[in-house]
Write a protein that binds this ligand. Structure first.
Ligand code: FES
Length: 523
């Protein structure tokens, strides 16, 4: 019999349940708390550090191998080699800020006008401040050329993997917590700026796009209204601040500009993505899904625009999955099945350490095509060779590569994310009276989406059944739009004026959404 126990995770002060026998790395990963790591819990990188606040130090052999005496005296441990006791209190540190190069952006177009007073060789910074990752583009402010592009994990993740956890933290802990979240967000932007701008040239303009919760944190406004019905942030126009002027660094004189939110949780990131897509004059009706922890769904017809925010959770980005990880070195980014075995495409030159979001999409699509998963997400062993699965703690689990497995809970998490996203789209289609087959394009945006094949999106049922040629991946359209706005004042003004013309459809309590969600928690 499995006994459920609890730990308390600091600094979020969140209680997390776990089953006896699990190590802390597994527990926190599943609960959506990211730990720095380079080996996905194999005990060979020495990075998954945390501090134990309860009981005596109990260093493991792995701790003794990787940690200094001072760290051990300070109750630091490595999570993947630590099995907590019921009631343990563990403190997490700020996330692994290792920068990841971003895929090149294709098809950025810039209206001709520039921001007034732009000087020769001036730089601009475009930021997409996501719930899980923060992406930055350093640009030539005159011609829009991208000089450098990277992403780092969002440091706020130690307060929960989704915006609801962070809003709850901010609401319960009051003003100090709000200022803490603001500090973390601004620090992330500064770190990105420093990492991107190696020549240390001062930057005068930063355009940051983000969902409404992140905007609330960045400007340190009261989070209470966003956290309760009808969930409106009260940010109804563009925001311009100089939040870095008390610090030394490349952003010391920078103005941070945040375009308006659309409504509810649908923020300036969705507005920015839509602006970028509209620049290519797509045929209507079309849908745009900006995939992330909070997936924004937009539907555009000839005479209406509507948007909603689907609570997908972090699994699309590889978080909350037992061996999930960011799309960095060692992450499996694509899985195929051939000759009765999984074949993995891995980022970089190292052996597979874990699986990224794009790897999950291809894995499940391949399994569905091979009959290895049924429509409820159960593994069908008769259709798989014995090397592809094994008995796990509670059920069968898929063995993708040595040390990289995917179990039934992972599959369920992914199916829930898929169902929330698909139901968001179906709800907008119903609302504007558009039939799925009328959609002329379905655009998928998101940093990792470029690595996902349209056929895989169709196979897992993230989209209605349309011809695959109608599905287009547009990469990080939110950051692309942000880049356009950072370089062109006309782009910024046009995007801002569009915000008030997009109808926001709340999904909370929406009967059609709830019904559609139930219909799509399956493959
Ligand atoms: S030592 Fe690498 S994750 Fe723990």
């Amino acid at each position: 019999m499995i006994h459920t126990r609890n730990i308390v995770v600091l600094p979020a002060e969140v209680e997390v349940a776990f089953n006896e026998g699990q190590n802390l790395f597994q527990i926190l990963n599943r609960a959506g708390f990211p730990l720095a790591h380079d080996c996905a819990g194999k005990g060979i990188c020495g990075k998954c550090k945390f501090r134990l606040h309860s009981g005596l130090p109990r260093p493991s052999a792995v701790d003794l191998e990787f940690l200094t005496k001072q760290e051990i005296d300070d109750q630091i441990h490595l999570a993947c080699a630590f099995k907590p006791d019921d009631g343990d209190i563990v403190e997490l540190f700020s996330g692994d800020l290792k920068a990841t190069p971003q895929d090149e952006v294709i098809g950025l177009t810039f209206p001709v006008d520039r921001w007034p007073g732009v000087e020769t060789s001036e730089l601009a910074l475009a930021i997409d401040l996501g719930t899980t990752n923060v992406v930055g583009y350093l640009l030539d402010a005159n011609n829009g050329a991208i000089i450098n592009a990277i992403s780092i994990p969002n440091s706020q993740s130690m307060y929960g993997s989704d915006v609801m956890s962070r809003l709850a933290y901010a609401s319960h802990k009051g003003r100090e917590a709000v200022l803490n979240l603001q500090r973390l967000a601004l620090n992330d932007i500064e770190r990105l700026a420093m990492a991107l701008n190696t020549n240390k040239i001062p930057i005068r303009r930063v355009v940051g796009v983000m969902n409404s919760a992140m905007a609330t944190f960045v400007i340190a406004s009261n989070p209470d209204d966003l956290g309760r019905h009808p969930c409106e942030s009260g940010i109804d126009g563009p925001v311009s601040q100089k939040p870095f002027n008390n610090k030394k660094g490349v952003l010391e004189k920078a103005e941070l500009i945040i375009p308006p939110v659309i409504g509810g949780y649908v923020g300036s990131d969705a507005l920015s993505a839509l602006y970028a897509v509209l620049e290519s004059n797509p045929p209507a009706p079309f849908a745009l899904l900006d995939i992330g922890t909070n997936t924004e769904v937009l539907l555009v017809t000839d005479n209406a625009k509507a948007a909603c925010s689907a609570p997908a959770g972090p699994s699309f980005e590889g978080y909350g999955i037992s061996h999930g990880m960011r799309a960095v070195d060692g992450a499996i980014e694509r899985v195929t099945i051939s000759g009765g075995a999984f074949s993995c495409q891995v980022i970089g030159k190292s052996a597979p350490k874990g699986i990224a979001g794009s790897g999950l999409f291809s894995l499940f699509a391949e399994l569905i095509r091979a009959g290895g998963l049924d429509k409820f997400g159960s593994i069908v062993p008769e259709n798989l060779s014995p090397e592809m699965y094994r008995s796990g703690e509670k059920s069968l689990e898929l063995v993708i590569a040595p040390g990289v497995t995917v179990d039934g809970v992972d599959i369920q998490q992914f199916m829930v994310a898929k169902a929330a996203t698909r139901a968001g789209l179906e709800t907008l289609l119903d609302h504007l009276g558009v039939k799925p087959e009328q959609l002329r394009k379905i655009y998928f945006a998101g940093a990792f989406v470029q690595r996902v094949e349209p056929q895989d999106l169709l196979a897992i049922g993230l989209t209605p059944d349309v011809e695959s040629s109608r599905i287009c991946n547009v990469g990080n359209a939110a950051c692309a739009g942000s880049a356009m706005m950072a370089v062109s004042r006309e782009a910024f003004v046009t995007a801002c004026s569009m915000a008030g013309k997009i109808e926001h459809l709340p999904l909370s309590g929406n009967a059609y959404f709830n019904m559609s969600f139930q219909d799509h928690v399956r493959f």
